[in-house]
Design a protein. Structure first.
Length: 98
């Protein structure tokens, strides 16, 4: 194997968060169950596109410019009842999409 070292390897907390939220280990091989290693992060859009096209996973609609959804932030929602989530001093506003 070469001397390549990725710029940044996510810490254990990254893996544990994914496992907790999605209930799947992001570094477990879906075929054999062995632990996978991160060997590279691909960030160049052109390279990502070529890989997805090669795998027949690219859709032209992926590049279509879509306006971002508008969000309305408000706590004045009918039936809104605050609750204690155990995070002292942290209140998250409710978000609704029109």
């Amino acid at each position: 194997m070469g001397d390549y070292k990725p710029r940044h390897i996510p810490g254990k907390t990254w893996r544990e968060c994914i496992k907790k939220v999605w209930e799947v280990d992001p570094l477990e091989c879906p075929r054999c169950g062995a632990e996978m290693k991160i060997v590279s992060f691909i960030t160049q859009a052109a390279v990502i596109r070529r890989i997805l096209q090669h795998l027949n996973l690219w859709r032209e609609s992926m590049t279509a410019a879509r306006p971002p959804p508008t969000m309305v932030v408000s706590n004045d929602i009918a039936g809104y009842k605050p609750f204690d989530d155990g995070w002292a001093g942290y209140e998250e506003p409710s978000i609704t999409l029109p």
